[in-house]
Design a protein around this ligand. Structure first.
Ligand code: GUN
Ligand code: ZN
Length: 432
């Protein structure tokens, strides 16, 4: 019984995507709130007085006056790019060839991968992220390091070794058979182990031969509970190359469609320059685009058209895309995402924004029963947010009158300094 803990704070959890400023029915917000946690899972959420009465003799952790939310979810980033972040490059293909590919070569070394994994996971939890979907390098050693470290920390993580067999340095290439065999072995070892999920990860059409995309399609068919992740329609030169390599495909999305890679569990990074037929293919298959604003701005890739996809009933994720992305922070990702949408005369309300990085991204992954909310029965993955983390934020906070204003302040000015604590299955991750 004594492993019960009551967390006190202003508790916020979304039930569905808010329609806008006035949509208070989309979330639960308890000003004098509490979350009761036992054995790593949420038992109750509600008024502090009631939760404390229900808890009996429980440990109390007082986070008042801070906000308690579900931990953030990052639906696209690259584990072997922790030392690529902030590399000066002209555009996607130049940046990949000059910095990213040479750096990923280093992940053949298991010791290097293990050291980088510690920094990677510390980066996530320091910034309030408790679940992430990651690409590893082509080397099984990198995926081993990724899964072993995440599993040891008790985190819910999704990842996979990239499959790439062409148009990259030799030290980064597998073959169709090797990519298949290594992915299969990793699925058998890690998919469903603890809170780990596998994502079949053909990097993108430029670095996979038709035979390799065929092998990826076989893995997807044989492992229907695994995710599939790749990149599409990020950059105009990339699109031209993809079409030249696959002249029979209807369009870039059509390449993946032809090999059976689309579907409800397909996560497609970027989706910036989609043609109308490609949008229809995503809608018809239930595939999930992933918006990576800091990366799209950093690499000059283009503007993600969120409204057009929503209008077709397509659910999109939002993500950092480290190291094309420039921050581990999902708050800073919202900040840049807000501006990308502003440039297209689209608006991201703070309620919609915070739903997106919690419940919304969980829905994209089909994991709302496990993560993304503070509902009873889900994992106690939580973030504690302080909107007055810096002197400048405190000054601005003096003029904040509503929850929406406070959330907006957090997503525009906030970063890891605003993350007072991060809990994974009820266990604190940040040094006190
Ligand atoms: N397309 C293929 N690989 C990558 C990558 O590592 N980063 C980005 N941003 N786009 C890609
Ligand atoms: Zn990426």
């Amino acid at each position: 019984m004594m492993d019960k803990t009551v967390f006190l704070g202003r508790v916020l959890s979304f039930h569905r995507r808010p329609e806008g400023a006035g949509d208070a029915g989309a979330f639960t917000y308890v000003e004098d709130g509490a979350v009761l946690v036992q054995a790593g899972r949420i038992v109750a959420l509600g008024e502090a007085r009631e939760v404390r009465a229900q808890a009996g003799a429980a440990k109390v952790v007082d986070h008042r006056p801070h906000l308690i939310l579900p931990g953030f979810i990052d639906t696209h980033l690259h584990f072997p790019q922790v030392q690529v972040l902030a590399s000066w490059g002209r555009d996607l293909l130049d940046w990949l060839n000059s910095y990213t590919f040479p750096e990923e070569v280093r992940f053949a070394d298991a010791d290097h991968a293990a050291r980088m994994a510690k920094g990677f996971y510390d980066g996530l939890t320091n910034h309030g992220t408790t679940t992430a979907v990651a690409y590893c390098s082509v080397h099984p050693e990198s995926a081993e390091a990724f899964f072993a470290e995440g599993h040891a920390r008790g985190m819910c993580m999704v990842g996979g070794k990239v499959m790439m067999d062409s148009h990259a340095p030799a030290a980064l290439l597998d073959t169709p058979q090797q990519g298949y065999d290594e992915s299969k072995a990793l699925i058998e070892k890690w998919h469903g182990t603890g809170r780990m999920h596998y994502a079949v990860s053909p990097r993108f059409a430029l670095t996979s031969s038709p035979a390799q995309l065929e092998a990826a399609g076989a893995l997807v068919r044989e492992n229907p509970t695994c995710f599939m992740q790749t990149h599409v329609d990020e950059n105009v030169d990339e699109i031209a190359r993809a079409k030249a390599l696959y002249p029979e495909a209807q369009d870039y999305v059509g390449i993946y469609e032809d090999y059976g890679l689309l579907g409800e569990r397909a996560l497609l990074g970027h989706c910036i320059h989609l043609e109308p037929r490609e949008v229809e293919a995503l809608a018809a298959t239930g595939s999930k685009p992933v918006f990576c604003p800091t990366s799209n701005l950093f690499l000059g890739s283009g503007l993600f058209d969120d409204a057009a996809l929503r209008a077709r009933g397509i659910l999109s994720g939002i993500a950092t895309d480290i190291g094309g992305g420039t921050s581990y922070s999902m708050l800073q990702t919202l900040n840049e995402g807000y501006k990308v949408l502003q440039l297209q005369r689209q608006q991201m309300h703070p309620f919609t924004a915070f739903d997106w990085i919690t419940r919304g991204n969980a829905e994209v992954l089909g994991l709302t029963g496990e993560i993304g909310t503070l509902e009873a029965g889900t994992a106690a993955d939580m973030v504690v947010l302080d909107a007055g983390a810096t002197p400048e934020m405190r000054l601005r906070q003096e003029r904040v009158e509503t929850l929406a204003q406070e959330l907006f302040l957090l997503m525009i000015m906030g970063d890891d300094r605003s993350v007072a604590q991060t809990y994974v299955a009820g266990v604190a991750q940040k040094g006190e």
